[in-house]
Design a protein around this ligand. Structure first.
Ligand SMILES: Nc1ncnc2c1ncn2[C@@H]1O[C@H](COP(=O)(O)OP(=O)(O)OP(=O)(O)O)[C@@H](O)[C@H]1O
Length: 375
């Protein structure tokens, strides 16, 4: 059963200029038509470079950002259409865990007060004693001692603070938790502990997660399904193992090729894709396929003018690329100048499909090449 369904969700931020910011000069197309479904009890991992709209999408689900258009159907109700008071009540069931635990915890409140605040706002627990009992129970679940109650955020380590952030969500008994970069502020050694905790809690409490992260390794470990975002839109979505075994979108392949592999033999021989240019501005996204300005397989005309839909190629594997099938079976070769950088030296380059790669097709503003880096 699906718990959360997004239908063509758009979040466009107005850009205003003028002395009184009264002149509308354009929009930032932060999220520009995202449709996805999250099954109850599952984890959906959302990845992509910094600025691609992951956080804005997460916040839109909670209506912390205004939704320009589209539906956010949570357990059968379209949150985008709910009156403010009903939305406030629904928020108990949808919680967010933030990247920076310290920044999201009030330094002047002790842990009991931080956790009790949300409970009181949502009418959970008849009195202070009842709330305290519940808080103690949750602190134990997240691996914190009961004496944490009277302590303050700065007295805890980064990993413990993230546990407090998780506890703050859990005391409200949510169904869905949106974890926005839940471990990226933490030491690598602590990251695994927090990820394991999230998994244990999911198993014992039947939680559903939307995990937003730039780190593909983190997302892979925890996710059932992964969605890859580029400039406000999903470019690929697949069950986690399937995505790693057979990434189909050129952008996903580039992201994956930037992740180091621990085996030196594999590391030396595997595909490495260096993307040209920087991420275009979401205030002025490219026409056609948004990735065409950086795509090693770009075909002039169609890619420049026609926006590809997210199409199901295999069971649960959706890709937004006009040439996904041809790239996968090798009938479409990358363009010549990029091919030199992405193919092993002795592999022949060629194929007529690359002929469009002349000076005139150089993407605008492509100031060189840079390995793609997410987050
Ligand atoms: N309130 C806002 N007003 C205008 N533009 C915004 C606003 N919030 C975000 N943006 C822009 O929307 C785009 C998407 O931002 P968002 O934070 O969602 O990306 P992200 O993928 O989560 O990146 P990061 O990993 O760096 O947080 C960015 O270009 C950002 O500058």
């Amino acid at each position: 059963m699906s718990l959360l369904e997004l239908n063509e969700v758009k979040v466009h931020f107005p850009v205003r200029r003028g002395v009184f910011f009264d002149r509308l000069v354009g929009h930032v197309y932060a999220v520009d038509g995202v449709s996805l479904t999250i099954e109850a009890g599952q984890t959906y991992g959302l990845v992509g470079e910094s600025g691609c709209g992951k956080t804005t999408l997460g916040r839109a689900v909670l209506r912390l950002n205004d939704i320009t258009s589209g539906q956010v159907v949570f357990d059968g109700t379209d949150l985008a259409a709910l009156p403010a008071e009903e939305m406030r009540r629904s928020r108990r069931r949808l919680q967010m865990v933030f990247q920076d635990p310290l920044g999201s915890l009030n330094p002047r409140q002790n842990i009991e007060s931080i956790l009790a605040e949300g409970m009181a706002a949502h009418g959970i627990g008849a009195d202070r004693a009842e709330r305290r009992a519940r808080i103690v129970e949750v602190l134990e679940k997240v691996g914190l001692p009961a004496d944490a109650l009277s302590r303050y955020p700065h007295e805890f380590s980064g990993g413990q603070r993230q546990r407090i952030g998780i506890a703050r969500a859990l005391v409200l008994e949510p169904d869905l938790i949106i974890c926005d970069e839940p471990v990226s502020a933490l030491d690598v050694s602590i990251q695994a502990q927090v990820i394991n905790l999230l998994e244990e809690l999911q198993d014992s409490l039947g939680l559903t997660y939307l995990v937003i992260a730039h780190d593909l390794a983190v997302v892979r470990h925890i996710s059932d399904v992964i969605g890859v975002m580029y400039l406000g839109a999903l470019v690929e979505e697949a069950p986690s193992d399937q995505l790693y075994a057979e990434p189909r979108h050129p952008y996903t392949r580039a992201l994956m090729s930037a992740v180091p592999v621990p085996d030196p033999e594999v590391e030396d021989t595997r595909e490495r894709i260096l993307l040209q240019g920087d991420l275009p501005s979401p205030a002025n996204p490219p026409t056609g396929c948004r990735f065409h300005t950086r795509c090693p397989w770009r075909q002039p005309e169609r890619c420049d003018t026609e926006r590809p839909a997210l199409v199901e190629l295999a069971d649960g594997h959706r890709v937004a690329c006009h040439y996904a099938a041809e790239i996968a079976d090798g009938t479409l070769r990358p363009t010549r100048e990029l091919a030199e950088r992405i193919l092993p030296e002795d592999e022949p380059i060629g194929a007529p499909a690359t002929t469009g790669a002349d000076e005139a097709d150089e993407p605008e503003g492509a100031a060189g090449t840079a390995p793609v880096e997410a987050g």
